[in-house]
Every structure is written in structure tokens, then in C-alpha cells.
Design a protein. Sequence first.
Length: 278
Amino acid sequence: MLPKIINLCPTGTLTTKENSFAPIYYSEIIDDVLACYEIGISVVHLHARDNLGQNTYKKEVYQKIIEGIKKHAPDLVIGVSLSGRFYNENNLRAEVLSLYPDLASLTMSSLNFPKNASINTPDTILWLIEEMKKYGVNPEIECFDSGMINFTNHLIKKGILVEPIYMNVILGNLFNAGTDISTISSIVHNLPNHAKVCFGGIGQAQLKSNLIGLIEADGVRIGLEDNLYLNDKNKATNRQLLERIHRIMNELDYCYMSTTEFKNLGYGNKKTNGFGAK
């Protein structure tokens, strides 16, 4: 069976107790991630919340989550968010890097969402790349349209982004690329050579995007960060979304890539896992 990457994104920035079944507080995130780990994931992409459930950049909150996960799943590849959606100050966004996660998100341009914007200037992107290098962290590149892929290819050509390259292509945002065939064809054609690429989708675009990721790329980004529903208006849990994608993968004769396999491709932290210079 051909192994495919499963990137679990359990919480995100906009989930609440009112609109979803997403885990919000650190203990809930730990429990949810570990339950999904038992089903089968390759990597987890974490967002942190404070005691009031508000988004936070603070490393002490991330540390509780990471340590809680590592206690029971020490091999799990862990990515963290450096989102510019609520905090624009570079030093705040990068604070979590001092915990030496394996990956950290790197959105390749500023972009709008229905109620706010995520600010990622070219200078900020370049600065974050250099900060990641200091701590041995791999960029978890996020592209929402072909322009972001163009910039990714440019930075690879310049030697600023170096292999191994990992990317999430996220479709379905109102202001970016959709899931029509012509758009998908263009995106797939322009993906960087040798990169490992997962496809995710916002809202109802998630399932279609995941199918594209299985058939045309290396795997899927899945979870309540991007989509709150299993079907129609039936709220989903991360476990339900994950179990469904496993059923589909089984029908397609795919298996999930273990977190150890994914890490051994070079996506573990370069300082703590010996993938790069100390």
C-alpha cells in the first residue's frame, strides 16, 4: 500500500465551544491529538489558546501541549503555528520556536479571510525562515493560491528555502484558489520538484481537497481548524474526519505514513533529531 501523509490540524484560530467540537484548552488538545494518533496521523499542526480560550502565541502554553503529547507519543512530529492573523509582531509570533518543534507554519503571503486578514509581508517571511533555521525548525509552508507557490519556488531557487520542502496547499478560501479543475491543474503543475505536498480545504472544500491530495499529491491536511462539519450541518469531531479519510484511503489502497517515516524524511527538528548541524 502506498503511504500518504496525514497532517492533523485539530483547533485553529476561529473554533469555539459554541461553533464546533474542537479541542480548545491545552488538556483537551492533548487528549484529542492522542486519540487521533491512535487512529493514525503523520504530523500534528498545533494552535494554542489561553485559559479564556483566546488565541495565544505564548510558549508556556505551547509547552504544556507539546509536553503532554510527547509524554504518550514521543515520536509524533509536531508543528506549531506562527500565524499573523492576530499577532503581527515578529518576536511574538516566533516565541514558540525556542521550544524546538519539528515544524512551524510559514504562510507565503498576506491574505484575507471573511472577517480579518493574516499579515505576512515578504520581510516577515524571510525573517521567520532565518529564525526557524536558528532552532532547527522546518518550515511548514502554507499556500492558498498559485502566487504563493510562485514565491515558494522563487525562494527555493534562491537557496533561501532548502530541501526537504514540506507544503500544505489550502483551497476554498473565498479570496484565494478554489477547487475547480483548471485551478487545481495549474497548482499541481507548478508545485516544487521533490517537495512533499498535502492538500487541505476550508469548509465544504475539505473533502474534495483531501481527495486531490491523495490522488495527485502526497497526502492531506485535515481537521476542525479548516472544516467544522462532517456533512451538511452535522458538526464533526476530529476523530470522525480522520476515520472517514482512513476509510477512503483504504478503498484507494493507500495507508497512512507513520510519524517515524515522516520524520525520517528529514522533517524532524534538525537540532534535536540530528538531521542537521548542531
